[in-house]
Structures are given as structure tokens and as C-alpha cells.
Design a protein around this ligand. Sequence first.
Ligand code: ADP
Ligand code: MG
Length: 502
Amino acid sequence: MSALLEISNLTKAFPGVVANNNISLHVNAGEILGLLGENGAGKSTLVKAVFGLLTPDTGVILIDGQAIEYGDTLGVISRGVGMVHQHFQLVPVMTVAENIVLGDEPKKFGLIDRKSAKAEVLRLSEKYGLEVDPDARIEDLPVGMQQRVEILKALRKDVRLLILDEPTAVLTPQETDELLDVMKNLASQGVGIILITHKLREVMAVADRVVVLRNGNVVGSASPRDTDEAGLAQMMVGRSVVLEVLKSKAKPKDVVLSIRSLEVLDDRKMPAVKGIDLEVRSGEILGIAGVEGNGQRELVEAIAGMRNRVGGQVLVDGKPTKNLHPRSVRSAGISHIPEDREKHGLVATYSIADNLVLNQFNQPPFAKGWIRDLEKVDEIAKELVEKFDVRTPSYANLANSLSGGNKQKVVVARELSQTLQVLIAAQPTRGVDVGSIEFIHNQLISARDNGAAVLLVSAELDEILSLSDRVAVIYGGKIVAIIDAEGADRNYIGRLMAGLKA
Ligand SMILES: Nc1ncnc2c1ncn2[C@@H]1O[C@H](COP(=O)(O)OP(=O)(O)O)[C@@H](O)[C@H]1O
Ligand SMILES: [Mg+2]
């Protein structure tokens, strides 16, 4: 019997990069295949080829033993393949039912037959055990529910192979667990599933088999029964990594950072931070847990002086810092690892060395009066590149030339190499490989142990829980709870993140 999906020797190159190099893999009916790999490993490229969204250079893709025609998405769909994309493709102002039938609506007298659209959605919903309200508007639904609509849409045409490309990136822990249950249920009905993720916990929980990609190559496969998260991480990065953060108990001292009644607007001038009070002590890490889009970004930018504080204050050592003045905020003692390193963290067209001294280039020891001391810059750059393991042929190269993970290491190196009173770390390991995550985590802990007050913002609850001493949960622009991280209950925090009362 042939496999449901069989990929043989598939290669796809883009200018300057081989995204998929001679990849072969298969998926059987009723099986969940976890497709793991770091950012840029080639996962999305591979499944886009299967779904007919791009044409491989060489290779064969068989469904039920029959080759598919490249670039023919409709043909692939008609053979039972459904895909849920990394970025949602729903129309916010339309209802659930309208979205699900979009592109192939049931018609009556030339008009959309709403009644049968609704009936069809209810039938699908029942068949797969995915409850939705067909009349609800997408924009009114929580993200987890929108995800469910995407899945129902993908399942509409009697799907036998379902592809999910990083479906849990924006979900709360509960929504993620629900989705994993849905996947198990679908598999038990004979659907083959490809689950793409970089979260090891998820593949360990549901996958029957795991294939790991690195730099466009299949570098290993395993059964979750015979391996563990550390084993998978090792395959992903090619060396052994310690996933657990080893840290001693915090010894918090005085309050260094105080945030009082802070109010901030988002880009659309709507309130995003609605009166937040927080205190962070020297020698502790306060983690902010929350689903993205609940005010975290605006909070961080306002603290850093990059976004207008329409109300409230940010104090360091009891002294108010200036609104909308990043430079004076820095000199007040606040360092900042920004969420968007490309935009706010680095100057792409400066050298790595210059980026490493970016905020101090005109100060001693890097300058005397008007004159830069380039030897000193070289000396520090050499030291930091080594210490922070920035992978580059030379620190004289442009920051542009670095991979995402190495760019992040440059930002972290710069921010942590200054005398640190307060450190704001926003998504410090996003898009960074597992090995560098380990390194950055250790650096954050040692900043704490050297007396910094650290405010950590991360969309990854696991990261918050493993690094923080206290956890503040943010929802709808407010802090809804502050709890000790030790012994904290994931589920409880997840419920708070979803806006549910304890
Ligand atoms: N349309 C494209 N044009 C050029 N390069 C691309 C394109 N799509 C992906 N790439 C490159 O191919 C590699 C693999 O990307 P992708 O398949 O998206 O990785 P993953 O999904 O594992 O993060 C990356 O180096 C990426 O920059
Ligand atoms: Mg991808």
C-alpha cells in the first residue's frame, strides 16, 4: 500500500539559498508527522510545494501513489489536501460561515445561499467535533476560535491530508491544548497530518513521528517514544543543548524600576496600556505573560521612551524618567532589548563592531572629545563577539550580513555589556536557534544575579516560567495578577491570559 503522501528527492532553491535540499519523507493515513526545524530551516517551503503554491526545482510529490501537478493548488485540494497557513487568511468583517465557504459558495438563483452555507458549516462542525457559531463575525472571535474556523475551512473538502504551518504561534496554552486534541481526533478518523512547529512540547504530545530539518536538509527523524525534548533540540541545532534554565533563588533588593498608573495608546490611538502599576527589584526577573496584542509592546516602548506616555510615570530609583526621550531613559539606567531587532535594535548598514558600541560610541572609553578611539572599539568588539558567540568571519562586517539569531546576540551583547540597572527584555529569543536561546537565557540570569532589575516580556509562556521569579499576567492592557513563578500553575496562568477570571 502506498503512503498518503510521499515526497522524493525534492529540491527548491531561492537566489542565494537552497531552501529544500533533496528532501524525502512520507506521511501515512491517520498519522501525525511533526515537522520540526528552526526559523529558515525550509519547513514552509516544503509544504507550499505540496500544496501547489510553489514549484520545486526537482523531485516528485505523490498523493496515494500518484504524482501531483506542480503549482496546481485546486488540483491538490480536489485530491484531499487542506492547509492552514502560518498567517490567518480569514476576512475579519465576514461571518464564520461566509469565511468557510468563501471561494466556493453554495448558490441559489445566482446568489449566495446563506441557509445551506450555514447548514454545511454546522455539519462540518459536528463531524469533526469543532464547535463554532456560524453567524459570529471573525473580528469578534478570540484567536483560538479563528484558528478553528481556518481548520474547518481547510477540512471542508473531505480532507485526508491536513497541513498546519505553525498553528499555535498565537494561541493561549488552553487553545493550544484544544488544538492538539482536535488533531488527535482527526488522526483517529484517518486524516494524515503534518504539524509544523518549533515547539518541542507540542510534537512530543501528539506526533507519531518527527522529521527534523536544518538548513534545508532532513537531519533526522525519530519517534517521540524513543526520544525527548533534549534529543530533538540536539537534532535541530546539531549539538547538545541544555533546555532547562539553571538558576538559584533570587535575592531581590530595593525597588529600582517603578511604573505608576501608566497609560499608553497603540498605533491607532486606542488605549493599549490602561493604568499599569509594576515594581521590579534589583536582583529579580519579573516576567510579563500574555497573548500578544494585549498591550505588552506599547508598555515596553513607553518604558523605553519610544512611545508617548499619555498618563502615569516610569521611575528609576525613585526618579521620574523623561517621556519620549530614549537617550535620557538610557542614561537614567534602562537598557532595552527591543522586540524588533531589525528596526530598533541594529543599524543594518553599520559594522558589527559599531553596533556593539552603538549607544556609547561618542563616550569614553570609545571616544575622547571629538575623536573616536577605534582601537578601543576593536578591542571590545573582539571580546564581545567571542563572549557572546556571534558567528561571523569578522566584526568589521556589516550587521546586515548576520543571520537572525546572530543579530539578536549582538543586541543582547551590547545591552548586557553596559552597567545594568534596569533591563527590559522584549521577546529576547524570538527567532533564535535553540542553542543561542540557552546562551541568552544564561546571560539574563547572570544580569539578574549581578543586581539588575529585569523586566522580561515574552509570548512564550515556557520562557516566562523558566526565567522569571515573579510573573505578571497582562490582559486587555491591564495587569490581572502577579504571582510567584515557583510552583506557578500553567493552566491557571493560561486562563488569566485568556481573560477568564480565576
Ligand atoms: N519566496 C522566497 N524568496 C526567497 N527566499 C525565500 C523565499 N521563501 C523562503 N525563502 C528562504 O528559504 C529559506 C527557508 O524558508 P522557509 O521555508 O520559510 O523556512 P521555515 O518555514 O522553516 O522557517 C529561508 O532562508 C528563507 O529566507
Ligand atoms: Mg515557516
